[in-house]
Design a protein around this ligand. Structure first.
Ligand code: NIG
Ligand code: FE
Length: 413
């Protein structure tokens, strides 16, 4: 069954270094059957016979964004910290005063299951409207077994209910709870939280905030090693606020990704490249912290393809991957096409997706966005503006702001 024919596109971004102009995308059984010249494909696969036809005349078609790093499940409001940071307070000052992550922890512990799920679903709606079709969401605002499990339950429930694919990460080691000692809390994560998380069976990854004043390299290593024992693939928050060796740790243990990397060095980049760890760059974080951006040229020179992600969280409050791409260009000097590839295929690598997710190659999941612009370059060029018109997830139309999709008369949909 042909699910969809997206025709007339001025360009289709197929994957890194692969673009087709005047092209169509044919979707069969939720996957890309073929991408090719629109005139030929429209003759071979008449759009009116497909379940849905999408008139993309003069528009660019890109793979759906794969947002590989978010803390998108939270409660409460920290908008006042934005102003405090502009007045000169640092992220660490705010955390040391019991604000920041610890404030969100109090709000999440107090929130009902329904509230947590409702909050996440609302954010997923926004992400989808901005072209995200797969998103990673971390726990880590519970910092106790019960609340960490409640967060992972909400993430699983949102994944089951929402068209966006939600990839769950356990991050009990996101901060040291108030009044606790880091070593003793590390033991709790390993001895109590991880076994319960493994038993629950939701989480796919285990992440840790390896940072000066949070978890040391040794504490981080213990958590991630234990996670590996329970079948959770490791990810590391590395060199975000200071350089303490999180990237070398990520390389040593064969992490799937090392994320942030604002203070990473050439040696770090080489170690990550050698170990096949995907560097995840989060320009929104540097933007909202007023910090120096990570340097993507380090990773390009080392030969490690990077991901760009949103880091959507109460400290970096943007669900928009288009904005992350714009900041990757303007803040980190990436070329628009490289930034787009990093936000799509790069994100899929950072989530260890091996089925061509994040591309529109033959056989890839048919997750795509039709823009209201003639080329992908308009994503960063029109910064702060959403250029996504229509979104298909596994070949189904799940968002259609401009009414481009037409169900075929006989399809029954
Ligand atoms: O990726 N660095 C730690 N975690 C988040 C911030 C979370 C928060 O401030 O609530 C990050 O930037
Ligand atoms: Fe983070």
């Amino acid at each position: 069954m042909i699910d969809a024919v997206v025709y007339g596109a001025s360009e289709v971004v197929v994957g890194p270094d692969q673009t087709q102009e005047d092209a169509a995308v044919v979707v069969e059984d939720g996957r890309v059957r073929t991408v090719g010249p629109s005139d030929d494909l429209v003759r071979e696969f008449p759009p009116e016979n497909a379940v849905t036809s999408v008139d993309a005349t003069g528009r660019a078609v890109i793979p759906g964004f794969v947002d590989a790093h978010t803390h998108g499940l939270f409660a409460g409001d920290r908008s006042d910290e934005f102003a405090a940071k502009l007045r000169g307070k640092t992220y660490q000052d705010i955390l040391a005063e019991g604000g920041g992550i610890l404030r969100t922890v109090r709000a999440v512990r107090a929130a009902s299951d329904e509230r947590l799920l409702g909050n996440l679903l609302a954010h997923l709606d926004t992400m989808l409207a901005h072209g995200t079709t797969t998103v990673e969401v971390k726990s880590g605002y519970g910092l106790d077994t019960e609340t960490e499990l409640r967060m992972l339950d909400a993430i699983a429930a949102a994944d089951a209910r929402h068209p966006v694919d939600v990839v769950p990460t356990f991050m009990g080691a996101h901060a040291v709870p108030e009044g606790r000692d880091a070593d003793e809390y590390t033991d709790e994560v390993i001895d109590e939280q991880l076994p319960a998380v493994a038993e629950q069976g939701v989480a796919e990854f285990c992440d840790v905030f390896c940072e000066e004043g949070v978890f040391s390299v040794e504490q981080s290593r213990r958590v991630l090693d234990a996670g590996i024992e329970y079948g959770l693939a490791p990810k590391v928050h590395a060199e975000e606020l200071a350089h303490i060796g999180g990237s070398q740790l990520a390389a040593d243990i064969g992490a799937v990704s090392a994320d942030h990397l604002l203070y990473a060095t050439e040696d770090d980049a080489a170690a990550l490249a050698d170990a096949g760890v995907t560097p995840v760059l989060l320009p929104g974080t540097a933007f909202s912290l007023g910090a120096e951006y990570a340097d993507p040229s380090l990773f390009a020179e080392a030969g490690a393809p990077v991901a760009v992600a949103s880091d959507f969280n109460p400290n970096c409050h943007s669900q928009s991957m288009g904005m992350a791409v714009a900041l990757a260009c303007v803040g980190m000097g990436m070329a628009p096409r490289d930034a787009l590839d990093a936000a799509t295929r790069g994100g899929a690598l950072a989530l260890d997706r091996t089925d061509d997710t994040g591309t529109l190659r033959e056989g890839a999941p048919a997750d795509l966005a039709v823009l209201d612009a003639p080329s992908h370059a308009h994503v960063p060029y029109s910064f702060g503006v959403n250029r996504v018109a229509t979104v298909l997830k596994r070949g189904d139309v799940v968002h259609d702001a401009d009414g481009l999709a037409v169900p075929s008369p006989g399809s029954g949909r």
